[in-house]
Design a protein around this ligand. Structure first.
Ligand code: CMP
Length: 138
């Protein structure tokens, strides 16, 4: 069990002005911010980040959306980080997300679902190092 996960606040939530409310909910749930930045993905960078989904029918739409505006990327630390963060954000499809979860509160659709959360300890490390050098992690 690892103690880090990786998240992005996606362009829909950034555009809607939800950065502060989402970070507050993350802090209140006991996660420590180990690294954080606001940035913008190109189509090429989004394509590399989501390469595991390359064969999925929604891949093009996903990369276009993720490069359509600013994102906030962060590495978060907590015991049982990956599983606890997935509980905090709720189901990928906000229609199926539990009341009070970040996606239930802020997401509008399965594609524009407000936040990303790593699905495994291994991917948390890969995704965190995609965005942050060792010298940017505290
Ligand atoms: P995320 O956790 O960032 O990881 C992959 C993303 O693909 C997922 O969130 C969704 O935003 C997106 N996704 C999954 N299924 C669909 C779908 N059917 N249509 C559009 N986007 C999808």
């Amino acid at each position: 069990m690892s103690n880090i996960t990786f998240t992005m606040i996606k362009p829909d939530a950034v555009k809607a002005g939800h950065i502060g409310a989402i970070l507050a909910q993350i802090n209140e749930a006991g996660f420590r911010i180990k690294a954080m930045k606001m940035t913008k993905l190109s189509m090429e960078t989004a394509g590399r980040f989501y390469e595991v989904h390359k064969e999925r029918p929604f891949y093009g739409e996903l990369c276009e959306f993720m490069s359509s505006g600013h994102i906030v990327a962060a590495i978060l630390e907590k015991n049982n980080a990956v599983a606890d963060f997935r509980t905090l954000i709720g189901a990928t499809n906000p229609a199926q997300a539990e009341e009070g979860t970040i996606r239930k509160r802020f997401a509008t659709s399965v594609g524009e679902n407000a936040v990303h959360g790593s699905d495994s300890d291994e991917n948390a490390l890969i995704e965190g190092s995609f965005f942050f050098a060792g010298t940017e992690q505290f």
